[in-house]
Structures are given as C-alpha cells and as structure tokens.
Design a protein around this ligand. Structure first.
Ligand code: FES
Ligand code: FES
Length: 192
C-alpha cells in the first residue's frame, strides 16, 4: 500500500527573481529546500546548514539572509533574489563579471553567496572602504581563495557599477537602519 500523502498545509505566494511563485508547502519547509528542490534553483548552495558559512545566501527584499535557516513561509509576499536572477540577456551582472575579472573564484561553491552579499552591500554603500567590505562580508566563508581576490572583486564591482550608473541614486539606508537585520551571523572572515 503506497504511503499516505500528506496534504499541503499552506501556500507560499512570493516572487522569485521577478517571477510570481505560488507553491504548496509545509509550514516547516526551509527556504533553501524550496529553492533547490522545488524550484530547481540550485545556485543557492548548502554547506554548513547552520547559518555560519553564507553559501546559502539569498536576498529577501534586498537583505541577505541564510536560506538554510529561514522558513520558506517567511518569504511570503516578499521578493527573493537568487544567483540565477542576476545575469541578463547581455551577459553577466557587473558584480559577477568583477569576480571573474579579479580571479575571485576557485571551486565557486561560495561564490553565489558572496556575489549576492556584495549586491546588497553596494546597494547600501556604493563606495565602501576595504574595512567596510570586510565587515559586511563577515558572514561569508571561502575555503579556497584566501579572500584577497574577493575583496578586490568587490572594489572592482563598485567601479563597474559606478561606470554603468554614473549618477547613482542616494545609497539605501542600511539594513540595520531599516530594521531588517537578516538572520545571518557574523563568522570568521579573511584575510587571515
Ligand atoms: S549553508 Fe546556510 S549558512 Fe552555511
Ligand atoms: S572558491 Fe571555493 S569555497 Fe570559495
């Protein structure tokens, strides 16, 4: 006798990379599982599964969060951005291109999280200092690069974005000022 199916208990209505999504989910469903297993958005990576490494970072209304420790229902009525949403018809997003140009990628497992965290940083602070970059990226870990090239990539990305938007809007209030501190924790960071 086949196992009895469990009826979905709620519907997740959200937007993922600009597209509306309506999906039956269990209330306990984890956002990372929904993105990877239900929506096939496997660019969001699972590593520590405990809110330490940043590999699973996505943007929720522009704020970086750890998808491994976020309940999917918390994304209801909000905008989710994953790494799959960045590149456009003309190629890579300037932040992605900066990571390529500065050799900030080795195995690439951490890269989606770093790229999305960088996007949030540069939306808040288009010209961050090196110290501000280190601080903002403190929740993202990389086991390969030694971090220096990643810091270079963020600076290069800031220049690339300024070049395509020479008259930028005033920076967004920080996530702290907006009361939107995501669930990410600061972890150890490089360069070390
Ligand atoms: S897998 Fe989510 S923070 Fe590491
Ligand atoms: S490039 Fe391999 S973990 Fe960062």
């Amino acid at each position: 006798m086949p196992p009895e199916k469990v009826a979905p208990l709620m519907t997740l209505e959200t937007t993922v990379n600009g597209r509306p999504v309506s999906l039956p989910i269990e209330p306990r469903a984890i956002l990372l599982d929904v993105l990877r297993d239900r929506l096939d958005l496997t660019g969001t990576k699972r590593s520590c599964d405990s809110q330490v490494c940043g590999a699973c970072t996505v943007l929720l209304d522009g704020t970086p969060v750890s998808a491994c420790c976020t309940l999917a229902y918390e994304a209801g009525g909000r905008e989710i951005e994953t790494i799959e949403g960045l590149a456009g018809p003309n190629g890579l997003h300037p932040i992605q291109q900066a990571f390529v140009d500065t050799d900030a990628i080795q195995c690439g497992f951490c890269t989606p999280g770093f790229v999305l965290t960088t996007k949030a940083l540069l939306a808040e602070n288009p010209r961050p200092t090196r110290a501000a970059i280190e601080d903002y990226l403190g929740g993202n870990l990389c086991r390969c690069t030694g971090y220096w090239n990643i810091l270079d990539a963020v600076e290069d990305a800031a220049e690339k974005l300024a070049a395509v938007s020479p008259h930028p809007q005033p920076p967004l209030p920080s996530s702290r000022e907006r009361g939107l501190n995501g669930p990410r924790l600061s972890g150890p960071r490089g360069p070390s």
